[in-house]
Design a protein around this ligand. Structure first.
Ligand SMILES: C[S@@+](CC[C@H](N)C(=O)[O-])C[C@H]1O[C@@H](n2cnc3c(N)ncnc32)[C@H](O)[C@@H]1O
Length: 302
């Protein structure tokens, strides 16, 4: 186990020396994450959850919106355009296309699109940028909402080619309401959340170990406003979502089947699973006030 993680790192001595000189703690943290991942994946490689066949209907019902909705039509028009733009830059979009990580799949991105368009979040936080599909879709949706900001955390790979590809899907004109924080979520997330105070939407798509997922979810849940949502990708690869559900209360959880561009042979269903956690409002059955509506109601009237 140790030899595998170390031998991968030792295959590029120059990169390793550079990382050791500029950020020794970061390098140690990365090796530690690699070891935890290997140990978790060997001892318990698959975490099967029953997906809900009607998750989109359930999601919209919870949000008080009709399904199918207009936002879904917007997404259907935008998605092929985004894929084509990234392919034009020489990227082989899909599973395992970013240093072994997957690009966000169509179902995950459709869910995120609808959440942003219907909830109208003001503060969105994500971990795991990769090529930037989730970042792109969140930013496009925020621009259409006319308000809101995205903060994204990513610990870039040591490979300089992959470093240049971080966020390649995000065009320049969308970057004005985007803050990119380079570093691990373990290092960056606590400070970011304390700066923001509260958040309305959190997306986990970084390192998929139970240890890392719980680190991120526990902190985001504490900062999440009632009526807000957490989105957790790749819940079949680790025990993070299952253990979160066993620990916290006051939410509705939806398990959703991914729709990758080509089959992902590493997954038990050749697709993967993601989850949406919808935080309840204090009084059950009360209409969800979107963060933008809440802010508007606080503005003094003319
Ligand atoms: C699955 S990719 C993200 C895909 C992206 N959401 C998309 O839709 O294009 C995972 C990303 O997480 C980053 N990452 C890995 N470990 C991390 C950690 N501990 N903290 C923050 N980012 C991490 C990787 O550098 C990689 O860019």
């Amino acid at each position: 186990m140790l030899s595998g993680a170390l031998s991968q790192a030792l295959a590029h001595p120059k990169r390793l020396a550079g990382a050791l000189a500029t950020d020794p703690i970061g390098l140690f943290e990365k090796l530690q994450d690699r070891l935890v991942q290997r140990w978790e994946y060997r001892s318990n490689p698959v975490h099967i959850h029953q997906p809900s066949p009607n998750w989109e209907n359930d999601l919209h019902q919870h949000l008080g919106c009709d399904w199918p909705c207009g936002a879904q039509t917007e997404f259907a028009a935008l998605w092929p355009k985004v894929i084509a733009e990234v392919r034009e830059q020489g990227i082989n979009v899909g599973p395992a296309s970013f240093a072994g990580f997957n690009d966000g799949d169509r179902a995950l991105l459709r869910a995120i699109w609808c959440l942003v368009r219907h909830l109208k979040p003001l503060n969105v936080v994500e971990t795991g940028v990769g090529h930037g599909f989730t970042s792109r879709l969140v930013l496009e949706a925020l621009v259409r909402n006319g308000d809101g900001h995205l903060s994204s955390i990513d610990r870039p790979p040591l490979d300089p080619v992959m470093q240049r590809r971080i966020g390649i899907a995000v065009p320049q004109e969308l970057r004005r309401c985007w803050r990119f924080l380079p570093g691990s979520s373990r290092r960056c997330l606590p400070r970011l959340l304390s700066q923001l105070g509260t958040i309305d939407l959190f997306i986990h798509d970084s390192l998929h170990t139970e240890r890392n997922v719980r680190f991120e979810l526990d902190r985001s849940w504490a900062a999440l406003n009632p009526g807000g949502a957490l989105v957790i990708d790749d819940i079949d690869s680790n025990g993070g979502y299952g253990s979160f559900c066993g620990t916290f209360q006051g939410f509705r959880g939806l398990v959703c089947e991914a729709e990758p561009i080509r089959p992902d042979e590493r997954r038990f269903n050749r697709k993967g699973l993601f989850a949406i956690v919808l935080k309840e409002c204090p009084s059950a059955g009360a209409k969800i006030t979107t963060p933008a509506e809440e802010l508007a109601s606080r503005q003094p009237r003319e």
